[in-house]
Ligand binder design. Structure first.
Ligand SMILES: Cc1ccc([C@@H]2N[C@@H](C)[C@@H](O)[C@H]2O)cc1
Length: 446
């Protein structure tokens, strides 16, 4: 291995209570909200083809005009209570809010910037009411923070001159001040979700990123921060130059999921997902494929089955309301979670051989293994191969006992005769370690 001062400082997962809590939540709500919701992907009758929150980078929209949109930002219909209750209804256990996206507009009245909600017609802090309402609803809050800040005079993507380096030093102080300010203003937040850390100006100073992470932990012990913040002293990101994960969980799964357990290398990880193909901020017209509730439930269940968290993104409108399609999704997902959330919360990798009908999820630290069925075979027979030294004790579907058929050594068919469903079906397996000692009542089912 290479000797590193600013690589990973921990081998393996974090084992403290704050990380265990993050791990147990499994399902989060991402919210991208800012002045980009005003254009909503369009400008003067033209449609921007990129992600709506990146419209400032579109040549059709002069920076000057974009940077004055805040004068119109007045979310009079923003209702933190309503936001929190619909997130609770969906079954989200944590929420990640964009405090400041790449454009630099702050949803809180930062004393380190003029480009904040305080300068808008709305004037009032948006983050405080959100944190309070979500926490009251039993939902933890994490703060998205973009290191890139297109509005800041000292922001540099790369450092070519001594003046650039001096500006970058000032910018690093600005970043540190804003982050400390956020923790001071919102002490109940559980962590940061960093973004915009790919520029050379950031990844070339691994020491600063390491010191910053340690500073934040020192003023707010237990913070959960993913792998996007840090670079090691050789500029390696997410994984240091020895291939070890930096930060508390792998944060690279953006609009994509791992396929198999080997892909996550024993690390904690989180996937963040959009409903349209690639829109985070509000986009007036949702072009392309819009994911359905069942597709999103499958991503959530697949993530949990592979020991990860899944965060679904929403882009509220400039007035503070959610588009109808997003409200309907939260309701639909919530209806399934209300009945089946026990298979998701505290879910972990079960260690069973993957089958085509869907995913296994083990309730953390227990012998309860859920089968979440997305593909009922035409045979109606769900194959279950028990792992070595594991026996099947009982099978149930919504508290109804099922009698599986033994079809081979420690291998069964669970017959869903005739059952059809337009939402995922959840079956609970009670297992026990050790070979099948007592003959379970279903052994005689031949
Ligand atoms: C190339 C690229 C840069 C930044 C992003 C940002 N990360 C997501 C979480 C959103 O904030 C998006 O704007 C996405 C793609």
């Amino acid at each position: 291995t290479i000797a590193l001062q600013h690589g990973a400082h921990r081998i393996g997962v974090r084992t403290d209570a704050d990380m265990a809590r993050w791990r147990s939540l499994r399902f989060g709500q991402f919210i991208h909200w800012g002045v980009y919701a005003i254009p909503g992907g369009e400008w003067k009758g033209k449609t921007y083809n990129g992600a709506a929150e990146w419209i400032r980078s579109w040549k059709e929209l002069p920076h000057e005009e974009y940077d004055n949109l805040y004068r119109q930002f007045n979310p009079v219909n923003f209702d933190a209570q309503q936001w929190a209750s619909q997130a609770k209804e969906m079954g989200a256990k944590y929420m990640i809010i964009t405090t400041k996206h790449h454009d630099g507009f702050c949803l809180w009245p930062s004393k380190y910037s003029k480009y904040t909600i305080a300068a808008s017609p709305y004037k009032k802090d948006l983050l405080g009411p959100m944190v309070a309402a979500y926490n009251k609803a039993g939902i933890d809050v994490y703060l998205y923070f973009s290191i890139i800040d297109w509005s800041h005079p000292d922001y540099r993507a790369s450092l070519k001159t001594a003046a650039d380096s001096a500006a970058n030093k000032r910018f690093q102080v600005f970043v540190k001040n804003q982050l400390a300010e956020l923790l001071q203003r919102y002490p109940t937040v559980k962590g940061f979700w960093f973004d915009g850390t790919w520029d050379d100006s950031w990844k070339r100073d691994g020491a600063f990123t390491d010191e910053l992470e340690q500073y934040l932990q020192s003023i707010h012990p237990g913070l959960v921060m993913g792998s996007r913040l840090r670079a090691d002293e050789k500029g390696a990101r997410h994984f240091d130059s020895n291939g070890r994960l930096m930060g508390d969980y792998e944060q690279g799964w953006e609009r994509k999921l791992p396929e198999k357990i080997e892909d996550v290398h024993g690390n904690d990880w989180e996937a963040v997902m959009t409903v349209p193909e690639n829109q985070w901020g509000y986009n007036a017209q949702w072009a392309g494929h819009i994911k359905t509730a069942n597709e999103l439930l499958e991503m959530l269940v697949k993530s949990v089955s592979l020991n990860g968290n899944f965060v679904l993104n929403f882009g509220p409108k400039a007035d503070g309301t959610f588009r109808t399609e997003e409200q309907q999704l939260m309701t639909q997902i919530g209806q399934w979670m209300k009945i089946n959330g026990e298979a998701v919360y505290n879910g972990t990798y079960a260690g069973f051989e993957k089958q085509d009908w869907g995913y296994y999820i083990r309730k953390a630290g227990t012998d309860s293994v859920y089968m979440v069925v997305f593909n009922i075979p035409v045979s109606g027979s769900l194959r279950v191969k028990m792992p070595a030294h594991t026996s099947l004790v009982s099978v149930s579907l919504q508290q109804q006992t099922l009698t599986p058929e033994l079809i081979g050594r420690n291998e069964y068919f669970i017959h869903l005769s005739g059952k059809q469903s337009d939402t995922p079906v959840v079956i609970l397996l009670k297992t026990t370690s050790g070979e099948n000692k007592e003959k379970g009542n279903f052994e005689k089912a031949k």
